[in-house]
Design a protein around this ligand. Sequence first.
Ligand code: NAI
Ligand code: MG
Length: 343
Amino acid sequence: MAKAITAKTVTVIPGDGIGPEVMRATLIVLKEAGAELDFEYQLGGIAAVEAVKDPLPKETIESIQRNGIALKGPLTTPSGSGFRSVNVAIRKEFDLYANVRPAITMVPGQRYADIDLVLVRENTEGLYVGVEHYIGLQGDPRAAAESVMIITRYGSERIVRYAFDYAVQNGRRKVTLAHKANILKYTQGLFLDVGRQIAKEYEGRVEFEDRIIDATAMQLVRNPYAFDVLVMENMFGDILSDLMAGLVGGLGMAPAGNIGRDVAVFEAVHGSAPDIAGLGAANPTALILGAAMMLDHLGQLESAGRIRTALRRTLELPETRTRDLGGTAGTDAFTSAVLRNLS
Ligand code: NAI
Ligand code: MG
C-alpha cells in the first residue's frame, strides 16, 4: 500500500556540546519509528563559527525558510560578551512567537506521579528583545545598566489565543495566565488585560484563571495538579518551564516547540551541557520528545505515538535510565533500549 504521507524535508542543526550526541540518537529513533522524513544538515552556533565564522549562516536560514521545519540541537551562547544568542536570533528571524513546553511524567518514582502540564511562553517580546544599555556616571562607563521590557497588544493577543487554541485542540480544560501586573502595571498589566479579553472568547469551552507569577511558582511545586495549560511572557516562561522540567525528572526530559505562522523549530529545553559533552552520558530524551512534537505538528501521529511509548518503556526500568535520572546507561545504551522498545 502506498504511504499516505510523502517524506517531509527537515532542516537538522546538530548543535554544540552534547548536541551532536543527542541528535544522532534522535535521528536513529525517528528513522526506526517509521517517520517519513528527509534530513538536510545545516550549521549553527559554535560549530558554524568554527566552520564559516558566522554563528547563524545564510545557508541555515535559507534552509529553514525553505523547509518550514527544523530540528535543532542546543547551541552554546557565550555569557556577557560575545555573539548574541543564535536561539533568540532564529526565533526573531522567523517570528516564532509561541514556545510550547510540555512537562509530562515518563519516569516513575519522581516526587510527583502523572504530571501533565504545558507551558506556552511568549517567545519574541518582554525583556528578551535585547534593548539594553549601560549608563555612565562619574567616570564609570558601567555605573548602571538598563533593559527594556516590551509588551505589545498584538504580541499578547496572539500568544494567549495560541494557548487557548492549543487547549481546545488538545482537549485541555484550563488556561492559567501568570503575570506580575501588581508591580509592573503597564507591561504586565497590558498582558493581563488582553488575556482576560481573549479568555471571554473561549468562555464555556476552556476555563481561565490568572495568577501572580511568584505565587504560581510556589503553587507549581506544592500542587502541580492545580494547573493544565499555562501562558506567560518570555522571561517568566523561561524560568517556570525549567521549574516544570524539574517536576518530571529534569532538563533531560523537557522538549520545546518554537512555533510561528510559517516556520516551526523543535528542540530540547536544555543547553549544550559542556560539563558532560563528549562523554557519551547525555540523556537524549528531551530532543527525542522534541522530535515527537515535530511529528505531531506534521500530522505523523502514529510515529510520534510509537516513539513516546518506546521512551516510556525504556524509562520504566532503572537499568536503562541515563545518569541524570539516577541510572547507569550512557547515550548509546539508552538509545539501543529505545530502539528495542520500538519493535
Ligand atoms: P545546560 O542545559 O546545558 O546544562 C545544565 C545542567 O544540566 C548541566 O549540569 C548539564 O550537564 C545538565 N544537562 C543538560 N542537558 C542534559 C541532558 N540531555 N542529559 C544529561 N544532563 C543534561 O545549561 P547551561 O550549562 O546553563 O548552558 C550551557 C550552554 O547552553 C550555554 O552556552 C547556554 O547559553 C546554552 N543554552 C542553549 C539552549 C538552546 O540551544 N536552546 C538552551 C539553554 C542553554
Ligand atoms: Mg531557558
